[in-house]
Design a protein around this ligand. Structure first.
Ligand code: PRP
Length: 212
């Protein structure tokens, strides 16, 4: 494809980057720098008009919202917590798939009032329990949620489950499905208008890569 406008794509190191690179390759975009060894945060690609910025997964929607990046790849979990202001979400990339689940001890009760829920996913957890008409107390954590029910910090957790191995290793089980998660392509709303032709072509070609 032809890049009539320059574009910056925000990606997060780890699984999202690894799974996004083959999709970008389908669009003819390849990194010049090796993200595993380089400590650069702005990476060149084989196309002069295309740059990749490497940031924390939770910061991707913010960079795209403010137009510091035109496009980005972010998990649905991250997008729900961010709120999605200033962003379009034109494509489910079907990568980094997992589930957001309520989890806890195998004999934990799901139905009590004022249950304490430890999670990094505060908005998603609030929405989930509000939809069930259940009043809960949310305790915000930044990681290792599985520890919370083991040490009596919370009754339950809301966390991502992929293989289920982390829960199992800690004697916990998934109890209730909150939502299916996958990574989405997000686009800054102004870039969508100003760089329409380039961005639409890129979305189309990525969509082709996703759908085989
Ligand atoms: C995620 C999640 C679980 C684990 C689930 O953590 O929070 O802890 O992966 O994967 P599994 O079902 O395959 O065991 P991650 O490693 O992303 O780190 P985090 O604790 O910072 O979220």
């Amino acid at each position: 494809m032809e890049f009539k406008s320059p574009v910056t794509i925000a990606l997060a190191k780890g699984r999202i980057l690894k799974d996004t690179l083959p999709l970008l390759k389908h669009a003819g975009i390849e990194l010049r720098d090796d993200p595993d060894t380089s400590r650069k945060l702005i990476l060149d690609t084989n196309i002069d008009a295309v740059k990749v910025v490497l940031i924390r997964a939770t910061d991707v929607p913010t960079y795209v919202q403010w137009g510091a990046a035109d496009l980005g790849v972010a998990g649905k979990d991250t997008l729900v917590e961010h709120g999605g202001e200033g962003l379009y979400e034109p494509l489910d990339l079907q990568i980094a798939k997992c589930r957001l689940m309520v989890a806890g001890h195998p004999d934990a009760s799901l139905d009590g009032q004022r249950l304490r829920i430890a999670t990094k996913y505060v908005k998603a957890a609030k929405q989930h329990f509000a939809a069930k008409g259940q009043q809960v107390e949310i305790i915000k954590l930044y990681g290792s949620m599985e520890l919370a029910p083991l040490v009596g910090l919370s009754d339950l957790i809301v966390d991502l489950v992929e293989s289920g191995n982390t829960l199992k290793a800690n004697g916990l089980v998934p109890l209730e499905h909150v939502m299916d998660i996958s990574s989405r392509l997000v686009v800054n709303k102004a870039s969508w208008k100003m760089k329409h032709e380039t961005i639409i072509s890129l979305v189309d070609i990525l969509s082709e890569a996703v759908n085989g």
